[in-house]
Design a protein around this ligand. Structure first.
Ligand SMILES: [Fe+2]
Ligand SMILES: [Fe+2]
Length: 202
């Protein structure tokens, strides 16, 4: 299966216009992740400082790898409007404390992993794209793991119930934002809609 859209060629390789849109969407999303964690890394104190700074550097690396991947396919990233993360901040407001930062991160990282995993299931995925996703997934798995652990350890300070309630609230916001993104991008986001269907059938 391949993505819909006109096929565009460059440098002996060929991807569709919608493929290029999706890779540009990934790149932009990773850049915004890096900017978000860069701000947190600048101010955070305490034991999470090391992990959050590492996280910031990973997301910047991912943006770099997507940029190189797109360049290797002989294309330029497409300019995109508001990012997925901007929509999060609009929907839930700026996180009020470190627990909220970790909670929104957990919801978002799970979304990212599901998205990349779904992309890897597509047999027609270009080898360069596959290689980039596989490389990124190693880091994304660690992000979910350390954030999960951090949230568990915050139970004493914030209360397990409050943490679960926050996660549920952010999860609901994530579903709304996803639906909004699908509606806005139409055909471009058909691939995302397929993922959404698979998730709702689980
Ligand atoms: Fe990433
Ligand atoms: Fe990540």
């Amino acid at each position: 299966m391949s993505l819909p859209g006109n096929r565009i060629t460059g440098n002996g390789t060929s991807i569709t216009e919608n493929d290029l849109w999706l890779l540009s969407f990934y790149r932009s999303s990773e850049i915004n992740g890096a900017l978000f964690f860069g701000r947190i890394a600048r101010t955070i104190r305490g034991p999470l400082q090391i992990d959050v700074t590492h996280h910031f550097s990973d997301e910047a690396n991912h943006a770099n790898w997507w940029t190189q991947c797109i360049d290797g396919l002989d294309h330029l990233p497409i300019k995109l409007g508001r990012s997925y993360q901007d929509r999060y901040l609009d929907a839930i407001g700026v996180p009020a404390n470190l627990m909220e930062v970790m909670a929104i991160t957990q919801v978002f990282e799970k979304r990212v992993i599901a998205q990349y995993r779904q992309h890897l299931r597509m047999p027609a995925t270009h080898p360069a794209v596959r290689e980039t996703i596989e490389k990124i997934m190693i880091d994304e798995r660690w992000h979910v793991a350390y954030v999960n652990q951090a949230l568990k350890e915050m139970g004493d300070k914030y209360g397990a119930d409050r943490i679960s309630e926050t996660l549920a609230r952010f999860d609901a916001a994530d579903k709304d934002i996803y639906a909004e993104t699908l509606a806005e991008y139409g055909e471009r986001a058909e691939f995302l809609a397929e993922q959404s269907e698979i998730r709702s059938q689980r």
